[in-house]
Design a protein around this ligand. Structure first.
Ligand code: HSE
Length: 310
C-alpha cells in the first residue's frame, strides 16, 4: 500500500534570543525545510534526503529527527500504517537556525496530518521535542515550539509542559549570517556551566521579562536592549570565529541587537524594518568573514508562521 504524497514546510527558528536559554524561540519567514510523506503498510523509511548539508544527515530512521518525531506521533495515535519520507533540507544542519528542530517539527506535523490531525499542537511539539532530546543530548523545545506555532514562543515550564505564543511586532527585521563553520548542538551544550551565580539569574530574569514586554507591546527599543546573555553565549563564544566582530559590525550598521542564534554558529541581528537597513547589516557582517577568508551565507528575513501543508 502507498498513499498520496503529502508535503509540509517547516521554518527555520532562532532560539535563546539573549536571556531565554531553552525558553524563547522565534519562527522566521525563510528558509524552510520541506518534508514529504506517504502512507505505507508499516515501519518508517527515509527514501531521499536532499539540500544543503544533506550528505551528513542519516537515513537510518532510528537516528534521524524527522522519523523519530513522526514515529512518536504514530505511536501516540495508535496508527496502523507506516510512512515513507522524503526530506528536502533548506536549513543546513549545525547552523543554530533550528535545522534539527525544523526536521523534527516537520516530521511530527506531517505524521499528525496523516493521522487525521488527532493530536493538538502541544502534543505535536512534545513529539518533536523528544526527537530533539535524542539527537542533541538535551530536552529543549525552544526551536520546535515556534516551528509548530509560528511567531514568538516562551516555554513557561517543561513539566508540565506549558508554552505561550506571542505575535511578534511586524516591523521586527531579522538578518541571519551563517559563517562556514559547523557547531553541533550536542557539542555546544557540553561547554555550558552546570550552575549560574544568582547575579546572572537576576540579570536574565530582568531581561527576559523586558523582552517579552517588547514582543507584546511592539516596542523594538525594549527588545533591542533586552537581548542580553551573561551565561550561555559567553560560554560558547570560542566555538564561533569572529563572533564579537560580526556582532559589532551589525550594531555599527544600526542593528537593535546582535547575538548568537541558538547554539550557533549563526549570528542573528534584529533591526527596525522601517529603517530599511537589513541589506546594510547583511553586507557589514558578510565583510567581517570575507576579510578573514571565510564564506558566510545570509538571509534578510523576519518573523514567520509555523509548519504548514503545501
Ligand atoms: N536552546 C538550545 C541550545 C537550542 O542553546 O542549546 C539549540 O538549537
Amino acid at each position: 500500500m502507498s498513499g498520496e504524497w503529502i508535503r509540509v514546510a517547516a521554518p527555520a527558528t532562532t532560539s535563546n534570543i539573549g536571556p531565554g536559554f531553552d525558553t524563547f524561540g522565534l519562527a522566521m519567514s525563510e528558509p524552510c525545510d520541506v518534508i514529504e510523506g506517504r502512507a505505507t503498510d508499516s515501519g518508517i523509511v527515509i527514501s531521499e534526503v536532499t539540500g544543503p548539508g544533506s550528505e551528513g544527515i542519516p537515513t537510518d530512521p532510528k537516528v534521524n529527527s524527522v522519523s523519530i518525531a513522526a514515529e512518536q506521533v504514530l505511536k501516540r495515535c495508535g496508527a496502523d500504517f507506516g510512512i515513507e519520507l522524503r526530506i528536502k533540507k533548506g536549513i543546513r544542519p549545525c547552523s543554530g537556525m533550528g535545522s534539527s528542530g525544523a526536521s523534527a517539527a516537520g516530521g511530527a506535523f506531517l505524521a499528525n496530518i496523516m493521522c487525521g490531525g488527532r493530536l493538538g499542537p502541544t502534543e505535536v511539539i512534545l513529539c518533536a521535542a523528544h526527537a530533539e532530546d535524542v539527537i542533541s543530548g538535551g530536552l529543549h523545545a525552544d526551536n520546535v515550539s515556534p516551528c509548530i506555532l509560528g511567531g514568538f514562543t516562551a516555554i513557561r515550564s517543561y513539566e508540565p509542559f506549558d508554552v505561550i505564543r506571542i505575535e511578534p511586532p511586524a516591523n521586527l527585521g531579522m538578518v541571519v549570517a551563517l559563517p562556514d563553520v559547523m557547531v553541533a548542538t550536542w557539542d555546544a551544550r557540553q561547554v555550558l556551566p552546570r550552575e549560574v551565580p544568582v547575579r546572572d539569574l537576576v540579570f536574565h530574569v530582568g531581561n527576559a521579562s523586558s523582552l517579552v514586554y517588547g514582543m507584546m507591546a511592539g516596542d523594538l527599543a525594549a527588545i533591542g536592549r533586552s537581548v542580553k546573555d551573561a551565561v550561555f553565549e559567553p560560554a560558547r563564544a570560542g566555538l564561533v570565529p569572529h563572533l564579537k566582530e560580526a556582532e559589532r559590525a551589525a550594531m555599527s550598521a544600526g542593528a537593535l541587537a546582535s547575538f548568537l542564534g541558538g547554539s550557533g554558529p549563526c549570528i542573528m541581528s534584529f533591526y527596525d524594518r522601517g529603517a530599511g537597513i537589513g541589506g546594510i547589516i547583511e553586507e557589514k557582517v558578510k565583510a567581517v568573514y570575507a576579510e578573514n577568508g571565510m564564506g558566510c551565507d545570509t538571509w534578510v528575513t523576519g518573523p514567520g508562521a509555523g509548519c504548514r501543508r503545501l
